[in-house]
Design a protein around this ligand. Structure first.
Ligand SMILES: Cc1ncc(COP(=O)(O)O)c(C=O)c1O
Length: 481
């Protein structure tokens, strides 16, 4: 029978080919067999040290500066453990800033990548594509639309591009409004526009300012206490928002809500506070744009807007990082005119196969809710920090700030040693790396130690093991001054 007369396309025949399917299973099994050798941290292999230093040097020469973090992986790991190219094994508690949520060498990720590898091309685009990008989009919309009015998705290649697309959608809908509202300490990505909106001087140093941004305070327990309680703080913030709106009538296209702040310090907010601001936006025809690029999937619900029960307000939404493929979602009313959103790439085949599998996994496990796995991990993390605080109160001095010394939600975890001093907290992440834990920092002062672990791939019993390494690192930082 010729190919033309067979019911299935040749592409489908390849996908159904038992020899290929069995080869893929062999790959998954062989990777698993190798990966299972990795069961604990270990120091660098002395024989590989020189070549690793050479690799770091070469990488630095490519970038024009030394890597911020000396990490080059060997291409294998086992759940939360990752092997580096120098043979060392570390606990990966930062996962590419939240990208590898299923940890390392997860069989589902290996399988999804192998399936992607048999496709005829690596990349898909807006003009020419297989169905993978849209299957990923369908799954995302199916989850998102359970508790919001989000209906369509534009798939793209990075969080910054998802945000750029969201901003264009808001501008077009509210033309000629040109101003943007955002929270203090927000982060939106590194494009020319997003670095202007992001509230960090270093992120926009030397960049001409062409975007007009009005900053609002984020929820802050200390400020709440100072003004005399939550209601007063909320009233004050709504009053400030109204002042901006009155000062620039009809000139705000959107308010960007990063519902759990990432780079800004893993700050959570109060539902009534967010709702009051969103109500004010609705009353003034300002788009509510929810940037969940860092928080998606990690809080106690799949979407942070579900955790706060605010889905009905969201007009535009962005996701990225752990989903591999990034996306801008919008409601029917915000569907832009043709020509506004496009681009050569939507992503690579593996972005869609892995991203789709991740969405299936998150949608089917016992992950969410107050007793779900992520909440239990968070509790175990806090217990470890509190135990450190009890045993080493000198590492947690009364800081100039009075906020909680341990915080975040779900898989966004932070603690604040050494008074939140930048030099010491940054040093902790370097020393922890040497000792065997990859972690980082966040916040703009106080600085917090930041942990973004691969929760679905971790056991609760791993926490004491991780913290015994962190404790060693903290002792070194404390003693070295
Ligand atoms: C909240 C938020 N928005 C946007 C971005 C930008 O994403 P990307 O680095 O993929 O461009 C990030 C990245 O850290 C983020 O945390």
């Amino acid at each position: 029978m010729s190919n033309q007369t067979m019911a299935a396309t040749v592409g489908e025949q390849i996908k159904q080919d038992p020899a290929i399917a069995s080869a893929i299973e062999t790959i998954v099994e062989r990777v698993r067999a190798h990966s299972e050798q990795i069961t604990d941290i270990r120091p660098p292999n002395a024989d590989l040290k020189v070549s690793y230093d050479e690799l770091l040097d070469r990488a630095g020469r490519v970038k024009g500066r030394a890597l911020l973090y000396p990490t080059l992986s060997s291409g294998v790991g086992n759940g939360p453990l990752v092997e580096m190219a120098d043979g060392s094994v570390k606990w990966d508690m930062i996962t590419g800033i939240g990208v590898h949520f299923l940890g390392h060498s997860h069989p589902e990720v290996i399988r999804a990548q192998a399936v992607a590898a048999i496709e005829d091309t690596t990349k898909h685009g807006n003009l020419q594509s297989g169905f993978g990008a849209y299957e990923f989009g369908e799954k995302l919309i199916a989850h998102a639309s359970k508790n919001s009015r989000l209906k369509h998705a534009f798939i793209t290649t990075s969080g910054a591009m998802a945000n750029e697309s969201a901003l264009k959608v808001c501008y077009q809908k509210h033309y000629p409004a040109s101003r943007v509202l955002a929270f203090k300490h927000c982060f939106m990505g590194r494009s020319v526009t997003m670095c202007q909106i992001g509230d960090s001087h270093a992120g926009r140093e030397g960049i001409p300012l062409s975007t007009q941004v009005d900053y609002m305070p984020f929820w802050n327990d200390v400020a709440v206490e100072k003004v005399g309680g939550p209601t007063k703080f909320i009233d004050h913030c709504v009053w400030r928002l109204q002042q901006y709106i009155d000062r620039y009538p009809k000139m705000h296209a959107c308010f960007i809500f990063e519902l759990v702040q990432g780079e800004g310090g893993f700050n959570t907010a109060n539902r009534d506070f967010l709702r009051a601001l969103m109500e004010c936006c609705k009353a003034n025809n300002i788009a509510v744009w929810d940037d969940e690029i860092q928080s998606f999937g990690r809080t106690e619900r799949m979407f942070a807007y579900e955790m706060y029960d605010l889905g009905e307000y969201v007009d535009v939404f962005c996701v990225g990082k752990m989903t591999q493929a990034c996306a801008t979602l919008f409601t029917e009313e915000y569907n832009p005119k043709p020509g506004l959103l496009s681009g050569t790439f939507t992503g690579a085949s593996a972005d869609f196969t892995v991203g789709s599998r991740l969405l299936d996994i998150l949608g089917s496990g016992d992950y969410y809710g107050p007793d779900g796995l992520f909440a239990r991990h968070h509790k175990a993390f806090r217990e470890q920090v509190r135990s450190l605080m009890e045993r080493h109160p000198d590492w947690f001095p009364e800081a100039s700030f009075t906020g909680e010394l341990v915080g975040g939600v779900g898989g966004m975890m932070r603690f604040t040693p050494f008074g939140g001093e930048k030099a010491k907290v940054a040093k902790l992440s370097r020393v922890a790396y040497d000792e065997g834990v990859i972690m980082f920092y966040c916040g703009h002062g106080p600085y917090h130690a930041r942990v973004l672990p691969p929760l679905p791939a971790m056991d609760i019993a791993d926490w004491p093991r991780v913290f015994s390494v962190i404790e060693k690192a903290m002792a070194r930082v404390a003693s070295e001054g």
